[in-house]
Design a protein around this ligand. Structure first.
Ligand SMILES: NC(=O)c1ccc[n+]([C@@H]2O[C@H](COP(=O)([O-])OP(=O)(O)OC[C@H]3O[C@@H](n4cnc5c(N)ncnc54)[C@H](OP(=O)(O)O)[C@@H]3O)[C@@H](O)[C@H]2O)c1
Length: 267
């Protein structure tokens, strides 16, 4: 029996597999993988993971099984797996946006133990943020072991499963919001005659520093904004434009749409 099985070794599946191995939670030879893509299978083999014949082989033989395929691939995957018998006590970990454990259970009638996770791509560099929830049947000790794997790749927080879609704009999708803002700032600088690459580098560094100020200074975002905005100064002119265009409302609308989409594509 493999300690960890992974179905789908794409961006997230591979990042979590790497994190589980490098944190010492599992050894490479204790893991089994299946992906449709030959190159990804080769990479996993190169790490020392067992690459199995198909999804069913991984399902049948993994104590903890990670589903890391796209939401649109779930129906086909679950239909395939429903013909196999999982090992006693298997824990299924799923990271797919919008796919509820109830939906998975409707195909895999024998599976009862689930952990649902909303991770993000900065996990790839060990600076991720992951929300986790568990079904009642998973013990606290088992849950903490899985949480520690995600903890080795960044921040974690526990929430009820019925809030998993609402947190997608907080951590799952928000890396894209941050890239968007940094790119916009750097492009504006370029228009004003500053080299784009240099502006991008310094704007990104500013995001890292500013985000750490929120985590470490003990001050609220509002207090931190005030610290930068001297009356009659430069920053307040920019904030006035944000306020005049109701940027808070725009961001709120975007976040609500993002979470709603998870319900639309969700199962
Ligand atoms: N990317 C993010 O920012 C992010 C954030 C939070 C959560 N997630 C969730 O993470 C999951 C994976 O996302 P990703 O970005 O890692 O996707 P990805 O890079 O496309 O990886 C998915 C992998 O699964 C493979 N696959 C599809 N069907 C399969 C099957 N039946 N058996 C085995 N492998 C199969 C795909 O192969 P093919 O390419 O050949 O189809 C692909 O290699 C998604 O459900 C997503 O909602 C992603």
């Amino acid at each position: 029996m493999y300690r960890l099985g992974v179905i789908g070794a794409g961006n997230m599946g591979m990042a979590i597999l790497n994190g589980a191995i490098s944190s010492g939670a599992v050894k490479a030879h204790e893991t089994a993988v299946f992906d449709l893509d030959a190159e990804k299978k080769m990479i996993c083999k190169g790490k020392g993971c067992a690459v199995l014949e198909d999804e069913g082989e991984v399902y049948k033989d993994s104590a903890v099984l990670l589903f890391a395929v796209k939401p649109q691939n779930f129906e086909t995957l679950l239909n395939k797996l429903s013909g196999f018998k999982p090992p006693e006590g298997q824990i299924i970990v799923t990271i797919a946006a919008g796919v509820s454990t109830g939906y998975i259970k409707s195909f895999l009638k024998q599976s009862k133990r689930f952990i649902r996770v909303m991770p993000n791509t900065p996990l790839l560099i060990g600076k991720g943020a992951s929300f986790l929830s568990k079904s009642e049947e998973v013990t606290d000790a088992e849950f903490e072991k899985i949480r520690a794997i995600f903890g080795a790749m960044g921040e974690t927080a526990v929430i009820p499963e019925d809030k998993m879609n609402e947190v997608i704009p907080v951590n799952g999708s928000s890396p894209a919001f941050v890239y968007y803002f940094i790119d916009a700032v750097a492009k504006s600088a370029e228009k004003m005659g500053v080299d784009y690459d240099t502006a991008l580098r310094l704007a990104a560094a500013t995001f890292i520093g500013s985000a750490e100020m929120i985590l470490k200074s003990g001050k609220t975002p509002e207090e931190l904004i005030k610290m930068v905005c001297s009356p009659g100064g430069t920053t307040i002119e920019a904030i006035k434009v944000f306020d005049a265009r109701s940027l808070y409302d725009i961001i709120d609308e975007a976040c609500v749409k993002c979470a709603k989409r998870a319900y639309e594509i969700g199962k």
